[in-house]
Design a protein around this ligand. Structure first.
Ligand SMILES: C[S@@+](CC[C@H](N)C(=O)[O-])C[C@H]1O[C@@H](n2cnc3c(N)ncnc32)[C@H](O)[C@@H]1O
Length: 182
């Protein structure tokens, strides 16, 4: 993350130094709560925010996962700040994996609810939805996929590419062209 701070933020800069992971000529990696780090940044200064936040999983990971019922509000705290910090030509790319509802083989709509709130309430535009295909994802949940064989394993994550202004956000698909195949 490249940090661009005004002098008036000297105190916060010192705080951040204590959280430095490593630095290169291109920028700095900080080991810090991103909710805190986002506050350090100037408004309208960031080109790109890419994140794979903790998902609203039923089976919790060690780093902690919000409940599905709390997830949208939790995630939107970050998204509101990201919106403020992004430049008008900036983008916010967010990878969110799906999850089943508790005790039933029906899928939660949580990542779609988050998307709708980020667009309808915060003001983002959906530049394009992508899907990360991960064929090596493990079959889960065991109950529905392995034991009862009621559901196929999930092998895609949704990846929302959000922006403030769809005509201004920086993009050039020439950088990712691939040959057509018949
Ligand atoms: C879903 S995992 C990311 C997994 C990774 N994308 C992958 O596919 O292996 C979420 C990560 O976000 C980190 N995390 C959780 N809350 C955070 C916060 N407030 N600020 C910064 N990182 C956070 C967790 O420690 C965890 O490493």
């Amino acid at each position: 993350m490249k940090l661009n701070m005004p002098v008036s933020m000297q105190e916060r800069k010192c705080q951040m130094k204590n959280n430095a992971g490593y630095k290169t000529a291109y920028g700095e990696c900080l080991c810090i709560d991103s909710l805190e780090a986002l506050h350090f940044l100037e408004d309208n200064s960031v080109n790109l925010v890419v994140t794979s936040p903790p998902f609203a999983l039923q089976r919790k990971k060690a780093y902690g996962n919000e409940e599905q019922s709390e997830y949208v509000d939790w995630l939107c705290q970050f998204a509101e700040l990201v919106y403020r910090k992004l430049r008008d030509d900036g983008s916010f790319v967010i990878d969110i994996g799906g999850a089943y509802e508790k005790g039933t083989p029906s899928y939660s709509l949580y990542q779609f609810r988050a998307l709708v709130k980020m667009c309808d309430v915060i003001g983002f535009k959906l530049a394009q939805p992508f899907y990360w295909h991960n064929p090596s994802a493990l079959p889960a949940p065991i109950e529905w996929v392995n034991k009862r064989k009621l559901r196929a394993k999930t092998s895609v994550n949704t990846v929302w590419w959000l922006c403030k202004n769809p005509l201004q956000c920086k993009a050039n698909v020439s950088n990712v062209l691939t040959p057509y195949s018949a």
